[in-house]
Ligand binder design. Structure first.
Ligand code: FES
Length: 200
């Protein structure tokens, strides 16, 4: 199904997009609802819709992906239509509408990273996990993807893991990163140097 209405007399207005998953009825956890309420304070009351991106990130953090019921929930909170939310979800590649692993690894394949061995990083991760980009490993722990520039080109090759960065990942260290993620979770990541330097 799609949230967009079918208009019989004008097929060029008809969305062909299909939502992957209705999902169970959705509400934020208490922690995510509190975070959402904090985020909403950044926007004037008549501009609630501007919070749609962080609202969707919270859904994705909670479920791992975004269901149709979660889109309806966000639409209700922001007083917009479910079709408005679907438009955003389907436009931005960082939002997922299919289940993914606990850790979603996105290897940057754009120029700086490509020149510094990103393809070999992907090969090492593929070999370690037994999957190719676009797949999730048998344990449901890791999803491997390729991405375009992640904005940290001076620290190439860069891998985004969920919402965090790991920079300067040499191919020979890729396998160890998987072991470290299993052992220590996101604490194993280097973080983004732009964020770290900004905090100093
Ligand atoms: S080219 Fe990889 S982060 Fe920009």
């Amino acid at each position: 199904m799609t949230f967009h209405p079918r208009i019989d007399y004008a097929t060029f207005h008809t969305s062909q997009r299909q939502l992957e998953d209705e999902g169970a009825p959705f509400v934020y956890t208490a922690e995510h609802r509190a975070r959402f309420d904090e985020i909403l304070k950044r926007y004037p009351p008549d501009r609630k819709r501007s919070a749609v991106l962080p609202a969707l990130y919270l859904v994705q953090r909670q479920l791992g992906y975004i269901t149709a019921n979660a889109m309806r929930y966000v639409a209700g909170l922001l007083e917009i239509t479910a079709a408005d939310v679907e438009d955003v979800v389907s436009y931005y590649t960082m939002f997922r509408t299919k289940p993914a692993g606990i850790f979603v690894l996105q290897v940057c394949r754009t120029l700086s990273c490509a020149l510094n061995g990103a393809e070999r990083v992907t090969e090492e991760l593929s070999g370690k996990l037994g999957i190719v980009p676009g797949q999730t490993d048998a344990s449901g722990t890791f999803t491997l993807l390729e991405a375009e520039c992640l904005g940290a080109c001076d620290r190439a090759p860069v891998v985004m893991v969920n919402d965090a960065w790991h920079e300067c990942l040499k191919p020979e260290d890729a396998s160890k990163l998987i072991d470290d993620l299993r052992a220590r979770g996101e604490a194993a990541l280097s973080g983004c140097h732009h964020v770290i330097e900004h905090k100093r």
